[in-house]
Design a protein around this ligand. Structure first.
Ligand code: NAD
Length: 491
C-alpha cells in the first residue's frame, strides 16, 4: 500500500517507507506539523512489524553483493548518491527548514554541503581501509575491516539530514546495508534521501528507510537479533532503552547523546570574542547537543562579559527560519516548548535570576526568548539537566581549580568551549572531562577527527577511523614468516 505524495515548501515528498527500492505505505499514519506556524504538513507512515520485517530481510538480502564490492566500486555509487543530494539541494533546504525549523541560510551554506561531504569523504577514505598490515618477526598480519552486516541508524529531529548522512556515509562505504529510522518530528528530508539513493542507482535493500515513532518502529528495529549494529543519536533515556534491547542480543551500539557542556571564560580571555561566540549558543533555538550551555565566567570579568554578550543577544533576529535574515527559529514541538518553559519556571521559583529572556517569544506559538539565568547552584536542576532549548546559565569562579570542578560537576561529558590566553585555556581544557573542547572557538568540526562524549553523553566515537572501527568487524589474518611446526610448547 502506498499513500500519495505530500507537498511541502513546493516540494513533492513521499511520506512512506522506502523498502527494497520501493515506496511502501502503512495502514497507520501520524500527523506532521511545521514548528514555524503549526500548519499540518501531511500524514506520515507508521512503521509496523511487517515493515520492520521487510526492511531487515531486504537489507540482509542486499548485504552479500554490496559487501563484496570493492570500496572503489561502492565509491562510484556513493559519489552519485552525493551528486543526487546536490542536484536537489534546494529541496532539501526548503523541506528541512519547514519540517524541522532549521535556518534556510544554514541549510544552504552549512548542512547540505556537509551532507554531501559526509557521503563523499567516507567513500573516499574507505579505499585504504580494507587491509592494514602489521609486520612482526613472527608473522605478517592482514588486518581486515569487514562490513558488519545490517546496520540500524536512528537519528533525532534537531538536524536530521546532517546526522543521518554522518552515519550513512561510513556505514555504506564500509559495505554494510542500512535501515534508517528518521525522527518522527522531522522525517521528511530522510525521505528525500531515499529519492536520491534511488536516482543514484543504489541497489534495492542497500538503504532502507522505515518511518515511524521510536516506541514502535524504532524499538522493533533495535531489538532484532538479525542486525549487526545500532548507531544512535538522541537522548539519554532513549539510549538506555536501546542499549537494553540491543544488549539482549549482544549487538554493539554507538550512542551519541545529550550534553550540558561548559562555556568557560577565563580572566585573560578576549571578552569580545567570547561574547560573540556566546551568542552562537542560541543557534537552532538552543536545540544543539554540542552547545556550551553552562557559562562559567571568572568573577573579575563577569560583569563586563555579561554586558558584551547582552549586546549581541539583543541584536539576534528571531523569526521565520525561511527568511534569509533570521538567526533564531522555532522550538520543534509544543511538547519541547513546554519542557523548556518548565525548566525556566522551576529555576526562577527556586531563586534563579533572569539576566535576559525568560519567557515565550511573541513571534509565534513555538518561539522562546534567548534566556540567561544566573544565581544558580551547581546542584540545581537547571545546571545539571539538558534543556535543549535557548536557555543558558551563568556561574562565576575565582581560580582554575574551581572552574575545573564546576565544569566537571555534571553527569554529562560531551563538549566544551574555553576562552582565555591560548596556553592557559589549553591547560584548563586538558583538565575538563569531555569528548572534545574548543579553544577560543566553537563548532570547528573535521570529518577525520573523533566526535562523541563520555559519562552520560555517550559511548563510542564517530568520525574518521572511529566510524569505520564501529561499522566494521576487524579480522586478523595471520601468515607466519617461517614454516609453522606444530608443538605443544610453541608460543
Ligand atoms: P530522542 O531520544 O527522543 O529520539 C531520537 C530518536 O530515537 C528518534 O528517531 C526516536 O524516534 C527514536 N526512538 C525513541 N525511542 C526509541 C526506542 N525505544 N527505540 C528505538 N528508537 C527510539 O531524542 P530527540 O528528542 O529526538 O533528540 C534530542 C536529543 O538528541 C537531545 O538529548 C540531544 O542532546 C541529542 N543529540 C545528541 C547529539 C550528539 O551528537 N551527541 C546530536 C544531536 C542531538
Amino acid at each position: 500500500m502506498s499513500t500519495s505524495q505530500i507537498e511541502v515548501a513546493g516540494v513533492l515528498i513521499s511520506p512512506d517507507h522506502y523498502i527494497d527500492g520501493r515506496r511502501v505505505g502503512s495502514p497507520e499514519t501520524f500527523e506532521l506539523r511545521s514548528p514555524i506556524d503549526q500548519r499540518v504538513l501531511g500524514v506520515v507512515s507508521e512503521g509496523l512489524e511487517d515493515h520492520v520485517e521487510a526492511a531487515i530481510e531486504s537489507a540482509r538480502a542486499a548485504f552479500p553483493a554490496w559487501s563484496l564490492l570493492s570500496a572503489a566500486e561502492r565509491k562510484v555509487y556513493l559519489d552519485r548518491f552525493a551528486d543526487e543530494i546536490g542536484k536537489r539541494a534546494d529541496d532539501f533546504c526548503r523541506v528541512e527548514s519547514t519540517d524541522a525549523g532549521l535556518l534556510l541560510s544554514r541549510m544552504r551554506h552549512g548542512v547540505v554541503p556537509r551532507a554531501m561531504l559526509n557521503i563523499r569523504w567516507f567513500a573516499n577514505h574507505a579505499l585504504d581501509l580494507q587491509n592494514r598490515p602489521i609486520d612482526t618477526e613472527q608473522a605478517h598480519h592482514r588486518v581486515r575491516h569487514d562490513p558488519a552486516g545490517v546496520v540500524v541508524i536512528i537519528t533525532p529531529w534537531n538536524s536530521p539530514l546532517l546526522l543521518s548522512t554522518w552515519k550513512l556515509g561510513p556505514a555504506l562505504a564500509a559495505g554494510n546495508t542500512c535501515i534508517l529510522k528518521p525522527p518522527e518530528w522531522a522525517p521528511l528530508t530522510c525521505s528525500l534521501l531515499a529519492d536520491a539513493a534511488q536516482a543514484a542507482g543504489l541497489p534495492p535493500g542497500v538503504l532502507n528507510i522505515v518511518q515511524g515513532t521510536g516506541s514502535r518502529a524504532g524499538a522493533k528495529l533495535v531489538g532484532d537479533p538479525r542486525i549487526a549494529r545500532v548507531s544512535f543519536t538522541g537522548s539519554v533515556p532513549t539510549a538506555r532503552r536501546i542499549a537494553q534491547a540491543a544488549g539482549a542480543n549482544l549487538v554493539p551500539c554507538s550512542l551519541e547523546l545529550g550534553g550540558k557542556s561548559p562555556f568557560i571564560v577565563l580572566e585573560d580571555a578576549d571578552l569580545d570574542g567570547a561574547a560573540a561566540t556566546g551568542a552562537l549558543m542560541y543557534r537552532n533555538a538552543g536545540q544543539v547537543c554540542l552547545a556550551g550551555t553552562r557559562f562559567l565566567v571568572h568573577e573579575r570579568v563577569a560583569d563586563a562579559f555579561v554586558e558584551k554578550m547582552r549586546a549581541h543577544v539583543e541584536r539576534l533576529v528571531i523569526g521565520d527560519p525561511r527568511e534569509e535574515a533570521t538567526e533564531i527559529g522555532p522550538i520543534i514541538h509544543p511538547r519541547q516548548l513546554e519542557r523548556v518553559e518548565g525548566f525556566v519556571q522551576r529555576a526562577v521559583e527556586t531563586g534563579a535570576r533572569v539576566l535576559w529572556g525568560g519567557d515565550r517569544h511573541a513571534f509565534g506559538a513555538q518561539y522562546f526568548q534567548p534566556t540567561m539565568l544566573t544565581n544558580v547552584g551547581q546542584h540545581d536542576e537547571i545546571v545539571q539537566n539538558e534543556v535543549f532549548g535557548p536557555v543558558l546559565t551563568l556561574q562565576t569562579f575565582s581560580d582554575d581549580d574551581s572552574v575545573v570542578a564546576l565544569a566537571n560537576g555534571t553527569d554529562y561529558g560531551l563538549g566544551g568551549v574555553c576562552y582565555g590566553e591560548t596556553d592557559h585555556a589549553i591547560a584548563v581544557a586538558d583538565r575538563v572531562r569531555t569528548g572534545f573542547i574548543w579553544i577560543n572557538s566553537f563548532g570547528v568540526r573535521d570529518l577525520e577527527a573523533p566526535f562523541g562524549g563520555i559519562k552520560r553523553s555517550g559511548i563510542g566515537r564517530e568520525g574518521g577511523d572511529w566510524s569505520f572501527e564501529f561499522f566494521c568487524d576487524v579480522k586478523d589474518v595471520v601468515i607466519p614468516r617461517k614454516p609453522f611446526r606444530a608443538s605443544f610448547s610453541h608460543r
